[in-house]
Write a protein that binds this ligand. Structure first.
Ligand SMILES: *[C@@H]1O[C@H](CO)[C@@H](O)[C@H](O)[C@H]1NC(C)=O
Length: 581
């Protein structure tokens, strides 16, 4: 219980104090003293109390029987200082009080703490809190966090207190991210063992959400030796699971765990070479990866769906970018008929499912890179025809729908890769003056120009570069052998901007020349391309997981393969509904 004493106003407090009758200071029980006006300014609850003619508007002392003194103290000190010390020990109590007394500003500080600081130990608490107070957005954020960090969350003590219906929901979700079915089994086992007498009856149903045939023999050995089976009445359940595991050979080939990432990987345009290499077939198609599927025997693939087609012409060697939730398709070349390098630019709005033509580039450009930098698009270098590499850079301003030249590069450059890290544009490799393949790495600034950094260990062009965990990963493309002939580049390198050094990481299993790339949920995807060796298309998708340090095969491309571009974008829900198998 708390009581609040309303202090006399000092003249320095807010100018609209005249609205309120000035009050005298009065001492009652040793409690809190507070300036009435400041209280009214920070809390809708108190503003209503003081201005609505309630009896408290005349009183010098207000009783707040539902409040803990410590919480009130924190709110008061925050109202005066504008800042509040939040930690997991107090944030829920303070949020509740701020909510009850309608301290909007403090409440939003608490909510931002809950969202930003959420971790495996606190996310389930955040979810319960959000649910109890009907905060839909926070609840969604917390639930997504639980699902994406399920492996860690399942080892926390809080997880063992989860009600059965909540656990069931998480296990059935298409956003449950697990590296193996064993993770799911361990979670269920831990949860049951926390209170076997009450929870064994859920075991059969919960085990149904685990795809046992997808486990390896070693994984199943761990299932076999689980403590759970020492409980009585688990014999039959174990038998069922064992049979399920052994149904490996008869399980439908469609049996898989489906995972839907938050954002969708979108493939844009590109080329398809006919099987006899006689004909090119540039594309207008946009495909998106709706879900990732894990099948028996570590087989994985992407569930591709056709999103839309871009307006004519079809294009390859273009580039794409996402700005303000819209997708930009810029330049490139159209090879149907004769070679034609493009200036045109289109924007796709996934919500309206509509295309819009924008201002043309100043220069025809293909084999270039686009980055989003300080709210603008930058189109960097490229080729304007097979004889001319470009040095120029142009920027696109959304508000004026116009392209203007920025400071040019130091040299002509095409088939390079560019990406942004920590507010800097990094550019690696590429060709200078027609087929001089480079080892260079530099930062480019639209006003300040170029700063050269450590060279890559080998020349590289027509490759991919992506930002991941504060590092820049390069993969794919071509390199030069001792005779300066271009050959497939399988070696991969990662750049550390802190030490300005390159180091090798796991080689790609096959060449990806002219491939597309994105980073999706912490993994580096390299998509399609071709073999320099024989010009056959690569057709495969590989992804690199820096934790596991290997390239996983993620199945095949849905259509076009080469000179294709990819990006991540948030697509509306109606496009993403899962057909559950
Ligand atoms: C784009 O780059 C590829 C690969 O180097 C090349 O074959 C093609 O001619 C280039 N396009 C133009 C217009 O220069």
């Amino acid at each position: 219980m708390s009581a609040l004493i309303l202090w006399q106003l000092n003249t320095w407090i807010l100018c609209w104090m005249n609205h309120y009758k000035l009050q005298q200071v009065l001492c009652v029980v040793p409690t809190f003293k507070f300036h009435r006006v400041l209280l009214a300014a920070s809390s809708d609850y108190f503003r209503a109390m003081f201005t609505s003619g309630m009896k408290e508007s005349q009183q010098l002392c207000v009783n707040l029987p539902f409040l803990e003194a410590s919480e009130l103290e924190a709110l008061i000190s925050c109202t005066y200082s504008g800042s509040i010390q939040l930690n997991w020990g107090c944030v829920f109590e303070i949020s509740c009080t701020a909510l009850q007394l309608q301290f909007q500003h403090i409440l939003s500080m608490c909510l931002s703490f809950l969202e930003k600081e959420m971790n495996a130990h606190s996310c389930l608490d955040v979810a319960s809190f959000a649910e109890a107070y009907g905060m839909q957005e926070l609840l969604e954020t917390a639930n997504k966090f639980v699902l994406r960090h399920f492996q860690n969350v399942a080892t926390t003590p809080k997880f063992q207190d989860l009600p059965a219906n909540k656990l069931r929901k998480y296990l059935k979700s298409n956003s449950l991210l697990v590296t193996s079915e064993l993770v799911v089994f361990k979670a269920v086992a831990v949860w049951i063992e926390a209170c076997p007498s009450k929870r064994l009856r859920f075991a059969k149903e919960l085990m149904k959400s685990i795809f046992f045939p997808l486990m390896t023999d070693n994984e199943f050995k761990e299932v076999k030796t689980a403590k759970l089976w020492t409980q009585c009445n688990t014999k039959r359940l174990y038998q069922t699971i064992l049979e399920d595991f052994h149904s490996y050979y008869i399980a439908p080939r469609t049996l898989c765990r489906v995972y839907q990432p938050k954002d969708s990987l979108v493939l844009v345009g590109g080329d398809q070479i006919s099987a006899d290499l006689s004909r090119q077939n540039p594309s207008r198609e946009l495909w998106f990866g709706n879900s990732l599927k894990s099948y028996i025997g570590l087989v994985k693939n992407v569930e591709w769906r056709l999103l839309t087609e871009m307006p004519n012409p079809p294009r390859l060697s273009h580039d794409v970018a996402v700005l303000a939730e819209k997708l930009y398709v810029v330049g490139g070349q159209d090879y149907s008929g004769r070679l034609n390098v493009l200036k045109s630019v289109y924007r796709y709005d996934p919500i309206q499912n509509s295309w819009e033509r924008l201002a043309d580039l100043q220069e025809k450009r293909c084999n270039f890179s686009i980055v989003v930098f300080e709210g603008m698009l930058y189109a960097i270098g490229g080729d304007s025809d097979p004889e001319t590499n470009l040095k120029s850079v142009e920027s696109y301003c959304m508000n004026t729908d116009s392209w203007s030249f920025a400071r040019p590069l130091d040299m002509t450059l095409s088939c390079h890769a560019a990406t942004v890290l920590d507010g800097k544009i990094f550019i690696s490799g590429g060709y200078h003056q027609r087929y001089r393949c480079l080892t260079s790495m530099f930062t480019y600034h639209p006003e300040r120009g170029t700063i050269y950094l450590a060279d890559m260990r080998q020349p590289r062009a027509y490759h991919c570069m992506e930002t991941l965990h504060g590092h820049l990963y390069v993969a794919g493309g071509i390199t030069l052998d001792e005779d300066k002939t271009s050959i497939d580049q399988l070696t991969c390198e990662v750049y550390d901007p802190v030490t300005d050094t390159w180091s090798a990481f796991t080689n790609l299993p096959i060449p990806h020349v002219g491939a597309a790339s994105v980073v999706l949920e912490g993994m580096f995807y390299v998509l399609g391309g071709y073999f320099k060796d024989n010009y056959r298309e690569t057709r495969l998708v590989h992804r690199y997981d820096p934790m596991l340090q290997f390239w996983e095969n993620m199945g095949v491309m849905p259509g076009p393969n080469t000179d294709i571009r990819a990006c991540l974008i948030h697509l509306p829900n109606h496009l993403r509904k899962c057909q559950n198998i």
